[in-house]
Design a protein around this ligand. Structure first.
Ligand code: PHB
Length: 394
């Protein structure tokens, strides 16, 4: 029966009786709203495309209803601008009464929004932003992506074990880049290596040549690089080859952000042999991942999922399981229900650390290889159950 707002009295009585019979309180039938804030336009729109594809796939596979209530995703584009993220979050907490804030492609967006989560007592799930300290900015933040120190330390250790003695670090000059630089330096030097120079580049640039020239002049055994994944990483890889650093014997090391799966397919041979550490590869050889890759490709015109799609997929999982446990309630109860979740992700086994609300996960060492004609990050070593090293030390 469709009960419209304006009906004749007899029909009202029928509708009222029907409503009483179903015995669902009006509030309980309201949708549960999730405010998903991502860059859908601008230079980081690739993040929005990937994370939202993961979110949508999780709902398509597992249903969009919890405790008899529909999940409604309010997807808002912040175009990568922190002030916009904060304003959108405020509007959605106050006007739309969202139960959860989620998404966040870049660290500055997450930093700007954290106070809104605290003031509104609204859980905020970081599906992508990866600076270690973000989770400390609000007790309502839970992360399903990674932290830069977590994915940097394994490649620093690998370098020290593999006859690499002198390294130059080269990172984007903002919080995740500085996290990567600090983590690489401290672990590599602790293992006996030497960082001969630490160079920082603007966060958004398409001209890496002055920095690459300085690396070449320093003649290190390797350069360790972090740039935000996406188009600028592809430009970086091209210019690295054009400057002839590989031919000059400078090995390229990095976090997986420089050879992210979404753009790797189009990078060409310049990427071959690049060694990185990261928590996800589309080539991860598990049944769960094969199913995930096929489903994302099918639903998104052949798009290969990157670690960002996994952050969205697992973030949605953590939210939905949390909502099941609280019977749809949000606030602190929902944060508590997210803590300690342990499950098999397409990336491998993961845990939401109950103390830090950050993700604990396996981090793989990978090498770019051609597999059936296409470039992939092929995992060949793993460090199990890595906690964010900054927090693990506390
Ligand atoms: C971030 O801003 O936190 C960020 C962005 C892109 C990445 C990793 C981290 O690839």
């Amino acid at each position: 029966m469709i009960c419209k707002k304006f009906v004749v009295p007899a029909a009202v009585a029928v509708c009222a009786a029907a409503a009483a019979l179903t015995a669902v309180p009006a509030a309980a039938a309201d949708p549960i709203k999730i405010g998903l804030i991502l860059p859908m336009t601008g230079p980081f729109s690739y993040m929005g495309r990937q994370v939202s594809a993961g979110v949508q796939l999780y709902l398509a596979e597992h249903g969009d209803t919890v405790a008899g209530r529909k999940i409604e995703i309010l997807l808002k584009d912040d175009a990568g601008t922190p002030d916009t993220s904060r304003r959108l979050a405020q509007e959605m907490v106050v006007n739309d009464k969202v139960t959860v804030l989620a998404g966040f492609g870049l660290t500055p967006q997450a930093f700007a929004t954290a106070p809104i989560a605290t003031q509104g007592k609204t859980p905020m799930v970081l599906m992508q932003a990866a600076t270690s300290s973000v989770t400390e900015k609000s007790p309502y933040i839970v992360r399903t992506s990674m932290t830069l120190p977590q994915v940097t330390v394994p490649v620093a250790e690998w370098a020290a074990r593999n006859n690499i003695h002198k390294v130059v670090t080269l990172v984007s000059d903002y919080a995740p880049g500085i996290d990567a630089e600090t983590a690489f330096k401290s672990r590599f030097t602790a293992k006996g290596g030497e960082v001969t120079a630490s160079l920082r580049m603007p966060m958004i640039t398409n001209d890496f040549s002055p920095y690459l020239q300085r690396v070449r002049d320093a003649k290190p055994d390797a350069v360790f690089v972090f740039v935000p994944a996406g188009d600028s990483a592809a430009v970086f890889m091209k210019q690295f080859a054009e400057r002839g650093l590989d031919k000059a014997g400078v090995k390229l090391l990095g976090t997986g952000d420089i050879v992210d799966d979404d753009v790797l397919g189009n990078m060409g041979d310049v990427a071959l042999g690049t060694i990185t550490s990261h928590h996800y590869s589309a080539a991860h050889p598990s049944a769960a991942n094969k199913k995930f890759v096929a489903a994302i490709e099918k639903a998104n015109k052949g798009m290969r999922p990157s670690f960002m799609a996994v952050g969205g997929y697992d973030g949605m999982r953590v939210i939905m399981e949390g909502l099941k446990a609280t019977n749809g309630a949000g606030g602190e109860a929902l944060v508590n229900a997210m803590k300690g979740q342990k499950f098999e992700s397409p990336r491998g086994p993961v845990l939401i650390d109950p103390q830090t609300r950050d993700i604990v996960q396996d981090v793989y060492i990978r090498k770019v290889e051609r597999v059936n004609g296409k470039l992939f990050n092929v995992e060949f070593d793993v460090e199990k159950a890595v906690k964010d090293p900054g927090k693990a030390a506390k």
